[in-house]
Design a protein around this ligand. Structure first.
Ligand code: SF4
Ligand code: SF4
Length: 120
């Protein structure tokens, strides 16, 4: 089984364009939704995303909905910690496919990283 972890030089999940995430209001509180929408720049990317380094500029204080942590996923999506890994892998693959494409280098790097970390 692939072991999820975030890879460098990606940032696909920081592409926040709400038109691509129509069910936001189903899992975010009204306050979080407001915060989320306030982060979306004109190009659809988060205003805190550094495009050069592809890193979050407020990483240590990023919002709860940016965190891949068991309690956050349980709370937002009803995902049990046993299922967190598979769910997070699918989320990343979906997001990377949408932003960079299924055949992108980003997708290849992600898939390679999760395969290597699972020993495959
Ligand atoms: S999409 Fe996944 S791998 Fe890419 S930056 Fe976000 S969490 Fe990391
Ligand atoms: S706050 Fe940081 S982690 Fe969250 S979407 Fe923006 S750049 Fe990405």
């Amino acid at each position: 089984m692939a072991n999820w972890h975030c890879v460098k030089q990606c940032g696909a999940c920081c592409h926040l364009d709400p038109t691509e995430r129509p069910d936001l209001a189903e899992y975010l509180t009204p306050e979080e939704l407001e915060l989320y929408l306030g982060l979306v720049g004109e190009d659809g990317w988060c205003i805190n995303f550094n495009h050069l380094t592809r890193e979050c500029q407020i990483y240590s204080s990023r919002p709860r909905f940016c965190r891949v942590e068991p309690e956050v996923f349980q709370d937002l999506y009803g995902i049990e910690s046993n299922d967190l890994n598979d769910f997070a892998v699918k989320c990343c693959q979906q997001q990377i496919a949408g932003v960079y494409g299924n055949l992108s280098l980003e997708m290849q790097r992600f898939n390679r990283a999760i395969s290597i970390s699972s020993g495959k």
